[in-house]
Structure formats: structure tokens, C-alpha cells
Design a binder for this molecule. Sequence first.
Ligand SMILES: NC(=O)c1ccc[n+]([C@@H]2O[C@H](COP(=O)([O-])OP(=O)(O)OC[C@H]3O[C@@H](n4cnc5c(N)ncnc54)[C@H](OP(=O)(O)O)[C@@H]3O)[C@@H](O)[C@H]2O)c1
Length: 254
Amino acid sequence: MTSFQGHSVLITGGGSGLGEGAARHFAARGAQVTITGRRHEALARVASEIGEQCCVVVGDVTVAEDRGRMIAEAIRHGDGQLHTLVNNAGNMYRGPLADLDEQQLLNVFHSNVIAGMMLAQGALDALERTSGAVIFIGSVHSQRAFPGASPYAATKGAVETLTGVLAAELGPRGVRVSCVRPGAVFTQINQRAGLGDDATALARLEGLASAHALGRIGTVEEIAEAIAYLATAQWTTGAVLTVDGGLSLGVTNA
Ligand SMILES: NC(=O)c1ccc[n+]([C@@H]2O[C@H](COP(=O)([O-])OP(=O)(O)OC[C@H]3O[C@@H](n4cnc5c(N)ncnc54)[C@H](OP(=O)(O)O)[C@@H]3O)[C@@H](O)[C@H]2O)c1
């Protein structure tokens, strides 16, 4: 098992879903983790279960002052160091083109794309000192066309593209930039996207199982493993690691 002893990680959106899974994964291997989000109670629950290794910053990634606090607190919690920034916080905004609202489009680009870039900017000097990594979270939506999901898909396409450009730009400073591209995993984002209550959202997601080469949706831990791998892979940068059970292959049994 890879040790993350002495490793400091900042994970946005760490109070639920994939961010929570990543926080638990890193902490179980010795890392100091700082988790952020807007809901204090969600963060406090995760932190109380992880223990002293986990530090909480309540804030909104679209607010510059909050991002500054997140980075400062992660460095403080990491004894002056930051090794990995996981830009995981994200929202799904979907709807048919005719119904899209411009302000909501701006909001989803702000949280899913711009906030992560600005966090990377703010954390850059600290990451340079540790030869650290920025890890973005893309989505299978960049590869498969789900009608009605154009806003979300566009943000994830942007994230995957900027991963390569930032990797080229920051490579000379020793900072690696990569991206995990998850397929379908049951988390709160599916409910917030209007897929229904817990049971309905899970059933609708499970309905996608046969579209996966491996015949099932994924787990939070399977995504956390990929994030942790990219945090340590010293000769990998600009990579978009697809972890989707084969959903993006577009398997058809015609
Ligand atoms: N689940 C999937 O199938 C799947 C597949 C591909 C990609 N992803 C991506 O994985 C990432 C995590 O999503 P998830 O599935 O784990 O869903 P989730 O449980 O809804 O997690 C999203 C997290 O982002 C945080 N967040 C959202 N907007 C924020 C803001 N403005 N400021 C601060 N924090 C904010 C939320 O915390 P607060 O509400 O407390 O702020 C929440 O903890 C997202 O980028 C998503 O697009 C998910």
C-alpha cells in the first residue's frame, strides 16, 4: 500500500462523494488532508470520522477570499507544505438548449473550471516547492453525448483540455497536472441533477450498467485509487486517466 506519510493534500468538495472518498483514501495512508465545501455539517462529519489528520475549511471555491483561506489552511495543516491539490468540487447543470439560463451557465463554468484554475494559481508556489501535483476531475461526459447535458459536458471538456496545457506550462517548474475521468458513480451530484431521491437516482444510474464494458457502475474508492496514483506518479503529467468501467468505449451489442 502506497504511504502518504508526510504528504499534504487539499481536496475541494471533500464533504461528500468522490472528494470524501479521496480524503479517506489519502488519510488512511498517512496524509494530512484538508477538505473544503460550503456545507459545514458535511465536512464536520467526514473530519470527525477521519480524526486529527483531517482539517476543514468552509468556503465557496468561486470566492477568491475563500480559495485563499483553503490554500493557507492546507499549507498550515501540512506543516508548511502542500503536495497535492485535488480540484474535485463541481456541480451538474443540465437541460435542453432551449431552456438554458445564462447565469446558471456562468455559475457552472465558475465552479467546475475557473475555480480550479484559480486554486492552481494560488497554490502554485507551494506546489513548486514540493514538486507537487494538481489533479482535476473530468467526466465521461466529455466523451459520450448525453442529450440535455451540454453545460456539464462542456465544463468537463474544458477541464480535460486545460489539464494538458497547464501540464506543459508548469512542467518546467516541476509541478505535474493530471486529470481523472470518472464514469458513473452514485453520489449526491446525481440527485442534485434532478435524477430523483436516493432510490430513484441509484436505479437510474444502475440502468447504465449494461453500457459499461465491465457491466456495472463504479465506486467512490475506485476513483480515489486513481487520484492517489496520479498524486505519486512522478513521470506522469498531462494525463487524463479514464476510470469508467469502459463506459466511454460506447459498447454496443448490435
Ligand atoms: N459521481 C459521478 O458519477 C461523477 C462522474 C464524473 C465526474 N464527477 C465529478 O466528480 C466531482 C465530485 O462530484 P461527486 O460525484 O462526488 O458529487 P457531490 O457529492 O455532489 O460532490 C460535489 C462536491 O463539490 C462541492 N462543491 C460544489 N460546488 C462548490 C462550491 N461552489 N464551493 C465549494 N464546494 C463546492 C460540494 O460541497 P458543498 O455542497 O458543501 O459546497 C460537494 O461536496 C465533480 O467535479 C463531478 O463533476 C462525478
